[in-house]
Design a binder for this molecule. Sequence first.
Ligand code: GDP
Length: 697
Amino acid sequence: LMHLTRKLIEIRSMLLSIDQSDALKLPSIVVIGSQSSGKSSVLEAIVGHEFLPKGNNMVTRRPIELTLIHTPGIAEEYGEFPALGLGKITDFSNIQKTLTDLNLAVPASEAVSNDPIDLRIYSPRVPDLTLIDLPGYIQISSMDQPETLKEKIAGLCERYIREPNIVLAVCAADVDLANSPALRASRKVDPLGLRTIGVITKMDLVPPEAGAEILRGNRYPLHLGYVGVVCKPPGKKPRNESTALVIRQAEAEFFGSHREQFGSKSNVMTGTDTLRRRLMEVLESSMASSLHGITNAVQLELEEAQYQFKVQYNDRRITAESYVAETMDALKARFREFTGQFRKAHIRAKLKAMLDEKVLNVLEQLYWSDKRTPELSAIAADPKVKPESIEPYWRYKLEAASSLLTKSGVGRDATLLVADGLRALIDSIAAGEPFTYHPRAAERLIQFSHMLLRDRIGITADQVENCIKPYKYEVEVEPREWELGRTQAMELFENEMQMCEEKLKEIKKRVGGSRRLTGLMTYVKGVEEKESEKRRKRLSGVEEEGEVQDLNGDDYRYPPGQVLDARHAILCSDRLSILKLRLAALKSKRCKSGPESDVFCPEIFLNAIADKLAYTSSMFISIELLDHFFYQFPREIDSRLLYDLDRREIIEFARENPAVRRHLDLQERKDKLEEVMKQLNSLATLRPDVQPTPRRS
Ligand code: GDP
């Protein structure tokens, strides 16, 4: 017989973890009573330990789901809070402290919370019982217990004393039952008193005859009857192991000394032991009669869960672990797919484009802005001029240009360019699905990959710089390289010219046609010439009286925006004419003739150097940065994202993804319902008389 309650208590906890709705609830005993009615003392007498929070202030702010598990043969009694993972607590004063902390953690503004505390106690001395301790009813409103709190507590109690629960109404013998809030509340939900047990505490405080009269229950009849107890703690004496014993002895003494009123012939129930037995009987029979209904309800829920699982997921099972592993694999695959963008040829092309920019800058700085550059074209056109006989000016210029290019920090710039590309790639992966659901993992992914890169950048930049060092002193260009450089230089020039032409067109459109632009340009040029004339004179000290006015932008006849446009147009057209001139040179016989013409055709020479720099840099960046990163990255994913997670974090991670969370929830619900159903069916073998015969649909 014991087995049935025990099993059903287990099933009840499982059901509670599936669903908090009333449909799937097995009965429990709910303890209600007004403050100071002796509610805590009764519960502690049943458990045989002092473990409930004490204090002047109301300390029970959350319901306590107390599950007692009769465990014969264990060395030490202990309690457990399954939700907290604190393990076995053998010191009951620690349980008391934990309960106090949990209660006090409810913010004062809320005062009471609906969220129950799950406490289990394992002992050879407790019966199999589930009891729910609720905040005590408040009788007197005072300043710190306002009316709304009273209502809140009443609301909470009402939810718990609904069917199928059994109500344990605790009343003090020295208070008129008519005033007992516990009985009043129970009568509201159980008017016939079919599932209410009365407990009359403090029997020692009223004359035995009056006490016995209360227990007979003639005034407020209860089907399950009243039990009288005395749970008076023994004065201020420090409590210890034997306290429970002392209390029980005192109780036995009290009832024993009034045999006439409370003896076996009196037909009233007294004593904590009687109360326990009564509670066990009542709970067992109540559970047994709930069995049929609950089996039906579970069957229905299970069928629904199975159906949904089939329809939504085609019975596909997942685990948090498998989701995490798949996510990491997908991440690695995604990354591998992208690494195609980082093959040597790609890198080389990217670096070459960067170096082309540098070449153009060098050319602009040293040749295009030099008024003598047109001379160079003229000299080159003269077949009589040999490279050895050219003015040293042009030789120095070429050397300066080549060293400007090779010493422009190619190592660092090239490395950063590639590293930035990798960083952008990782960032875009981290910003996409499924990492949108896993912001912390995304953050970590970004962090460690940036760190990996940071660690390599310095080394790689130095290595590249080291390997291009020879080019800083001497560059030898083969005829094949020369020809390639020439084609590339022409392309570069054509692009540049196209850009200038487009810019001019744009300006023309903005200022209103080519005639207007020509007018504007002529005007601006004129003013500028005058200005520079002035400056020259001022510098040479030839100042003309009365003409010391300053010709600033404000003095133009045109709006400043148009003046600016004209200036840009002048720059563009100057740039265009020099580019045209040089493009012609690149196409000339001289430039075609080969590397010995380098001094006449600096563009080709610089291009050939840029090509060599790009080639060398890409090679070393591949070895020092990319190979390293590609090797390390998947391993870091494993060690920093995957293996770093413990079981709880893995579940947390998987549940961050709403689709996965729904899948796991339904799967778990189905599994639990299946387990409960199995347990319910197995009860049939324990108690053939309460055979669960679920309705099949
Ligand atoms: P609760 O507020 O309902 O939990 O009541 P407690 O269990 O804390 O008891 C309130 C007061 O009544 C305490 O001072 C107890 O010592 C006292 N008390 C509890 N049970 C008895 C009893 O059977 N006899 C006597 N005389 N006092 C009791």
